[in-house]
Design a protein around this ligand. Structure first.
Ligand code: APR
Ligand code: PHB
Length: 383
């Protein structure tokens, strides 16, 4: 078959790109390795920057978000004996919204169905061809039939483990592995806090997040190779209560419905374009989740790329020629912020390091300029 844009990967980046191009009358075909159910079931961070919320609303994806999204003015930063609220609305005039990535993926899948953009799920042997000439993607579809999609442009939205970036021969990779991971927990219990709590603790970082008024999301810093079997529900609740402890505050417990160990890494590959191949989202970069940037950065890439490809199909290649350089400016800003939040809040190194972290935390909650810098980055520098 033939289309204008063939998109490898139907996660948030691929689905949103297909939606944005469709609104401009540009045809696309999605090719996804997993089933739609598998993609939808992935549990990921659910914190949306103000710009992401505005974009989703502006393209008809805000209905459920406006009802079920939980708008927050800011976050709490804490360390033993102290808890401080940073109010982003007071500091930079922008709020953030909790709305699970699984919900965004569901909304995007409904929109795709309605628009009728073709999507091949359960595709195997996916391969990219002639990306600097006349691109095509070949694959075996769910019924075992060999397929080929010829296109003007191919976009790799295939995440950290996808093949697209390997089709860029001279790509350069920057990577940082962290000496810790996150144990992520979902629990059927009402959140014990109104907004997110990021806690530094001698035992390790902990976070209290949420998914709805009845579902809480927690994270605990653990070793990179932590065995989840070592973490009973009781041990999880005890560690959370210890690391999130604050006088006069109680952590409510409930049934844990999901727990998993999530790796932490920073990863950037450049360039994000090679001929008629473009990369967007996790295919090009991975950030540690401390700064809640993963999904928001994928949205920023796709918003930029959709504008660039639309202009290019209409005869103006200026934005497309600048895509990689423009996208990477935000990628490196978000990579730095995510590294900074991660380095400040996670226990690693020696006691000297701990004193530096506590000094940074005290500075961030007591200085308007320092708090503003965090608020500006966390709530999202305008798209
Ligand atoms: N062929 C086709 N599809 C593939 C292949 C392949 N060879 N390899 C991977 N994929 C698919 C994956 O199954 C996944 O559905 O590409 C998709 C990539 O989606 P994500 O990994 O979710 O990445 P992205 O869409 O960029 O969204 C970034 O999602 O994972 C989170 O933390 C991340 O919040 C961030 C957001
Ligand atoms: C989440 O709710 O999963 C979440 C929120 C903020 C983060 C990371 C994860 O920084």
């Amino acid at each position: 078959m033939r289309t204008q844009v063939v998109i490898v990967g139907a996660g948030p980046a691929g689905l949103l790109l297909s939606h944005l191009l469709g609104l401009e009358g540009i045809d696309s075909v999605l090719v996804e390795r997993q089933t739609a159910e598998h993609v939808q079931a992935r549990i990921r961070a659910g914190m949306l920057e103000a710009g992401t919320v505005e974009l989703l609303r502006s393209v008809g994806l805000g209905a459920r978000l406006d009802v079920e999204g939980m708008e927050h003015r800011g976050i709490h930063l804490q360390w033993p004996g102290e808890r401080h609220h940073l109010d982003f609305v007071d500091l930079v005039g922008r709020s953030v919204t909790i709305y699970g990535q699984t919900e965004i993926t569901k909304d995007l899948m409904v929109a795709r169905e309605k628009a009728g953009h073709p999507a091949y799920y359960s595709a195997s042997d996916v391969a990219l061809h002639d990306v600097t000439g006349s691109p095509s993607v070949t694959f075996v579809d769910a019924d075992g039939a060999a397929q080929r999609v010829d296109a003007d442009v191919v976009v790799g939205c295939d995440g950290f483990h996808g093949p697209s970036r390997l089709s860029i021969p001279s790509s350069q990779v920057w990577e940082r592995a962290y000496p810790f991971a996150w144990l992520g927990v979902l629990a059927d219990v009402a959140p014990s806090a109104d907004e997110l709590i990021y806690a530094w603790h001698p035992d390790g970082f902990a976070m209290h997040s949420m998914r709805s008024p009845r579902v809480s999301r927690f994270y605990l810093q653990v070793a990179p190779d932590e065995d989840i079997a070592e973490w009973s529900d009781d041990r999880i609740w005890t560690a959370l209560a210890t690391r999130l402890a604050f006088s006069g505050w109680t952590l409510e417990t409930g049934t844990i419905t999901e727990k998993s160990v999530l790796p932490m890494r920073s990863f950037v590959t450049t360039p994000m374009r090679h001929g008629n191949l473009y990369l967007a989202g996790d295919a090009a970069h991975i950030v540690p989740p401390t700064g809640a940037k993963g999904l928001n950065l994928a949205v920023a890439d796709v918003a930029l790329l959709a504008r660039a490809l639309t202009a290019s199909f209409r005869g103006d290649d200026t934005l497309a020629d600048a895509y990689s350089e423009t996208a990477l400016q935000r990628v490196w800003r978000c990579t730095h912020f995510s590294w900074w939040m991660t380095s400040m809040l996670h226990r690693h190194g020696d006691d000297f390091d701990a004193q530096l972290q506590l000094a940074q935390l005290r500075r961030t909650v007591s200085s308007v300029s320092a708090a503003t810098e965090l608020a500006d980055n966390y709530s999202g520098i305008p798209l």
